[in-house]
Every structure is written in structure tokens, then in C-alpha cells.
Design a protein around this ligand. Structure first.
Ligand code: DUC
Ligand code: ZN
Ligand code: ZN
Ligand code: ZN
Length: 502
């Protein structure tokens, strides 16, 4: 049998191995059919020469916001997924968001299918944001959602229109426990933030910088500890999204050493950016709005260091972008923060772009030389294989092995890109007008992105080659929970101490 495509001369990196040079990847009908040397080829076989470059599994970005009503100037599926493939991401998990007034989630999911079908350059799945988890939804609709491949929900502990109280959080966790879906949680204490925001406002402190003052680490710390406690009580696995503070991450680490199924995510902004960015430029303080996201950028470089440690030591299961952009120079974008006539951070839409820069930023620190902060296999775990396992895509996404989708990133050989790449807004493919990483240098960039055997990105020859109907909806299974850095997989409940449910 000849292959449709053979990738030759690359250095293949998976979650477990860096394979020796010379192993070829044989691809047939969009799947990886085998790895080997001197694979058979005929006149119809396409060859990609990866000559000495790393080849990693296509990125799985398990936290992106596309086509969200609260980001009217942000990305839709078309611009967001285009940006994804140009940065090596072949799978995104986006959010279908319930509004509090909606008493059924079925039309919510239909709406997001309409927004994404034939509009996506990469494969995609949905997490469901639950803001009103009625008994009807939890008992009757969630089983249907799981059948339809939507096997995870996100809950907010803050934001007036979305937040759930402890009793609602407990109800959802109990339901997750019996139905087996995965729960993502935004952990910040809402009342702490409201109290400080009201006081800052009364004192006239409303510039973008005060966004960071209004959401102190103690708000993340308290909510993190609380949701871990609720997850322990209900014996239900959770993933705490977009973590930013050392004190909060310590609770996660401690829970993991007790073998509780507590997972955590961090994002590029919490590895690279500090709250001083919220002060804007020297001639325009409002430019700080570009870096308004929640949790906020932290003040102390020690927090960045702590996130890097969590990346390397296995505390974090996923490294996602939390791509949630709004255009800066637009009256319905970040400039909503000027609508009252003064700078008012509480009116600034939250979030930064990052789906395209996620892989290159982290890859710059992956390797075995002295500047590296994580191994290449760990890079693959965080950006591709572990999110795939956690969210029910194992066997399909996140690996370079027979039977998996042929989703690949082929990087440049180091000698071809000696000066690295300077990140600039003008080279990116998202629909917004800035990047918080402007001017930052990365060592490498995806040269080719392959989606199910098709070259959809060629940086030097044509750029975006894929089309808007290349991306398919991914019907996900239940998550296989990955415990610890390399540790065994535990399906559901293993840990001790939780015998009160028996
Ligand atoms: N939470 C997110 O997950 N994304 C953007 C803003 C937020 O608060
Ligand atoms: Zn959030
Ligand atoms: Zn200037
Ligand atoms: Zn988000």
C-alpha cells in the first residue's frame, strides 16, 4: 500500500519520546497509518521533507472564545480558527455559552453549531458554559449533551451575569460525578472583587491599571481552595482554568499530592506578562486596556516563575491560550472602557488574543539546552496530548502514532531560523488589531501545519492553504484523567479518604 503523504527526515516528538532521525510518518486517508523507515510511495504520494526539523502533534487549544456575545469585536470561528492553524493548532475547544435567562441548553448548542459549521479552518469541539444549571438541564439535557460529544462544562465563580453560588457549584459537581463529564472552573471570589471595585471607583481610581488592584491574589486563592474542597467533597474531577498566582497554585499541588483529581491550566499571559503592562504606554494610559484579562496580570515576577515551575513539574495539565480578544481601537471593543467619558476599567471587555502565538511562545523554551525550561515531551503533553486526554479526544488527537488523526506541526530546522521570529500584529491571522506580544522574539514558528493529512499552513509558500470547511466538529468521549506529570491514568475515582459516599 502506498501512502497519500509521507513526512520524511524529521525529528518526531511525542508526549513520551523524541524519536531518532530517519523515522518517517506514513499517512493514509487523513490518519497516521504507520511510522517506519523507507515507507513505500508511488507517483501519487506527496512527500514533505522535514529535513532535521522537529515534528510535533498538532496543537490542541482547549480554551478559546470564538463568536462570543460578550466579545462583539472578537474573533468568530473563521478568523479564530485561521489564526489557530497559522500557529500550529489543529484542534480548538470553544465555548457554547448559556445566558442566565435561557432555561434549555439545546438551542444554545445548536446556535454554536450554526456559528461553526463550514466556518472553521481547524477541528473544533464545544465546552458548555453553564450559568443557570437548572435540575431539568442537569438531569435531562446533560446526558443528551454527552451523547452529542459535549463532555465538559465551564462554571464561573465570579461575574454577576454568570457566577454560580456554592450550592449551584455543588449541584453541578454532583451531576458531573454521576454522569462523568469534566468541569472547568473560573476561580475568583466575586464579593472581594466587587468590594474593592466599588471602593476604587469611589476614590476615582478607574484607569486600566486598577483592574489588577481590584482582583488581588487572595480572590483567586480563596476561590481555588473553595472549589478544590467542593470537588473533594463530591469526588468529582475539576480543572481550574487560567491560573495566575503562586499561592493559589499551591492548593492545586497539595491536592494532587493527595491524589485528588484536581487539574489546572495556565496560559501564555501568565508566563510572560506583568501588571505593569496595564499602565499602558507613556503617552496613553488607556492602552493598558489591551492587557485587561481575568485573573489579571500579576505584579510580581515571582508569580511568573511559579507558573513556569508548574509547567515543568507537572502541576498544570493544560497550557491553553484563553484566546478571548476584543479589538482595541473600536467603540465596542476595548474602547468600551471610555464610554462613560472617563477611563473605566470595569467597562473594558476582558481577555487577550493568543491562539496563534501559544505554541511558538512555549516552544521557544522547550528543549534540552541551558535556556530551556521544559523538555520537548513535556511541551507536547501540555499543548496537545494531555488536553486531548482530559477532554475525551484520546485515540484521535494529540499523538503521532498509528490510528491517530494526521495532525502535525513541522517546525523549521534551527539553522534555517537563526534569528528567530519577531512577533508582530501584521503577521498574525486573528481578526483583532493588536497582540500583547508585539516585539517579542520567539525561536521558531510552525513552518507547516497538517490537518488530517492536508497541508493547511505553509509559512513560506502561500500561508493559509486550508479552507473554512476543513474543520470538523469533534464528538468527544468522556475524559481520561491524567494524574500528575507522567503518572498513570485514573478513570474517575481512585483516591482514598473519600469513603463517605459509599
Ligand atoms: N475568563 C475566561 O475564561 N476568558 C476570558 C475572561 C474570563 O474571565
Ligand atoms: Zn474565566
Ligand atoms: Zn510614545
Ligand atoms: Zn476563557
Amino acid at each position: 500500500m502506498a501512502f497519500d503523504l509521507v513526512v520524511v527526515n524529521g525529528i518526531i516528538v511525542t508526549a513520551s519520546d523524541v524519536l531518532p532521525l530517519g523515522i518517517e510518518i506514513g499517512i493514509k486517508d487523513g490518519k497516521i497509518s504507520c511510522l517506519g523507515s523507507s515507507l513505500p510511495r508511488d507517483a501519487n504520494t506527496q512527500i514533505i521533507d522535514a529535513k532535521g526539523a522537529y515534528v510535533t502533534p498538532g496543537g490542541v487549544d482547549s480554551h478559546v472564545h470564538f463568536a462570543q456575545d460578550n466579545c462583539p469585536t472578537g474573533d468568530d470561528f473563521t478568523t479564530g480558527s485561521r489564526s489557530a492553524i497559522a500557529g500550529g493548532t489543529t484542534t480548538v475547544l470553544a465555548f457554547a455559552s448559556q445566558e442566565k435567562s435561557e432555561t434549555s441548553v439545546i438551542p444554545v448548542v445548536e446556535e454554536y453549531h450554526t456559528k461553526a459549521t463550514n466556518q472553521s479552518y481547524c477541528d473544533y469541539g464545544f465546552h458548555l458554559i453553564l450559568t443557570n444549571p437548572t435540575p431539568e438541564i442537569m438531569q435531562k439535557e446533560m446526558p443528551l449533551m454527552i451523547e452529542q460529544g459535549i463532555t465538559s462544562v465551564k462554571l464561573y465563580m465570579t461575574y454577576e451575569p454568570m457566577k454560580l453560588g456554592d450550592s449551584e457549584l455543588l449541584e453541578v459537581l454532583m451531576s458531573a460525578r454521576s454522569l462523568g463529564f469534566t468541569t472547568m472552573v473560573h476561580a475568583e471570589n466575586s464579593d472581594i472583587i466587587s468590594l474593592i471595585t466599588d471602593r476604587l471607583e469611589a476614590a476615582g481610581h478607574t484607569d486600566p491599571y486598577f483592574h489588577a488592584i481590584s482582583r488581588p491574589q487572595i480572590a483567586e486563592n480563596e476561590a481555588t481552595y473553595r472549589i478544590i474542597s467542593l470537588a473533594e467533597l463530591t469526588d468529582s474531577p475539576i480543572l481550574i482554568v487560567h491560573m495566575s498566582s503562586e499561592i493559589a497554585v499551591k492548593h492545586v499541588r497539595k491536592a494532587q499530592t493527595r491524589m485528588l483529581p484536581i487539574h489546572a491550566e495556565t496560559c501564555p499571559q501568565y508566563l510572560f506578562l506583568l501588571s505593569e503592562r496595564l499602565k499602558g504606554s507613556h503617552h496613553d494610559a488607556f492602552e493598558g486596556a489591551k492587557c485587561v484579562c481575568s485573573p489579571p496580570l500579576r505584579h510580581d515576577p515571582k508569580d511568573l516563575e511559579a507558573m513556569w515551575r508548574g509547567i515543568a513539574n507537572g502541576t498544570f495539565t493544560t497550557f491553553s491560550s484563553d484566546h478571548a480578544p476584543s479589538s482595541y481601537d473600536h467603540p465596542n471593543g476595548k474602547k468600551l472602557g471610555l464610554k462613560s467619558g472617563i477611563m473605566r476599567y470595569r467597562d473594558i471587555p476582558n481577555g487577550v488574543p493568543g491562539v496563534e502565538t501559544r505554541l511558538p511562545l512555549l516552544f521557544s523554551y522547550a528543549g534540552s539546552d541551558k535556556d530551556s525550561r521544559l523538555g520537548l515531551q513535556r511541551f507536547v503533553q501540555l499543548t496537545s496530548s494531555d488536553p486531548a486526554k482530559l477532554y475525551g479526544l484520546d485515540g484521535t488527537k494529540g499523538n503521532i502514532a498509528p490510528g491517530y488523526d494526521a495532525d502535525l506541526v513541522i517546525w523549521y530546522p534551527e539553522e534555517d531560523l537563526k534569528d528567530g521570529v519577531n512577533i508582530e500584529q501584521k503577521m498574525l491571522h486573528h481578526g483583532v488589531d493588536y497582540t500583547p506580544y508585539e516585539g517579542m522574539k520567539v525561536k521558531n514558528w510552525p513552518r507547516y501545519t497538517i490537518l488530517r493529512g492536508k497541508k493547511v499552513w505553509d509559512r513560506d509558500n502561500g500561508g493559509i492553504l486550508g479552507g473554512m470547511s476543513d474543520g470538523k466538529f469533534l464528538k468527544r468521549g468522556k475524559g481520561k484523567i491524567v494524574v500528575g506529570k507522567t503518572g498513570g491514568e485514573v478513570n474517575g475515582m481512585l483516591a482514598g479518604e473519600r469513603d463517605y459516599w459509599v
